[in-house]
Write a new protein. Structure first.
Length: 106
């Protein structure tokens, strides 16, 4: 398993917070480019709460985008729309409602 942080640019508001906890010393790949410019989109699976299908398994040959958009407020369909805008054809959601505690929301 490899961990990649993408869209890590000086103007990304998350970078300052990550710098405070020393993320540049972690064992991971750091990229300024967004995921859709780094990976073959046929191998990309974006995890989105707005996806229609659950993620039912993991394929070692795929790239999973987790937390592609993180904000204090959740804008409905934002990660879904971003993935579709860039040609990602596979979206899945974590099966929280199926396996999580009663009343859990994705």
């Amino acid at each position: 398993i490899q961990l990649h942080l993408t869209s890590v640019t000086a103007d990304n508001p998350a970078v300052h917070s990550l710098d405070l906890i020393g993320f540049r010393a972690w064992t991971l790949h750091i990229h300024e480019e967004p995921y859709w410019n780094l990976f073959d989109l046929k191998d990309v699976i974006v995890l989105s709460p707005d996806a229609e299908e659950d993620l039912d398994g993991i394929d070692e040959g795929k790239v999973y985008v987790i937390g592609g958009l993180v904000d204090r407020s959740v804008n409905k369909m934002e990660s879904h729309g971003q993935a579709c805008d860039h040609g990602v054809g596979c979206l899945r959601k974590l099966p929280i409602k199926r396996y999580g505690p009663l009343g859990a929301q994705p």
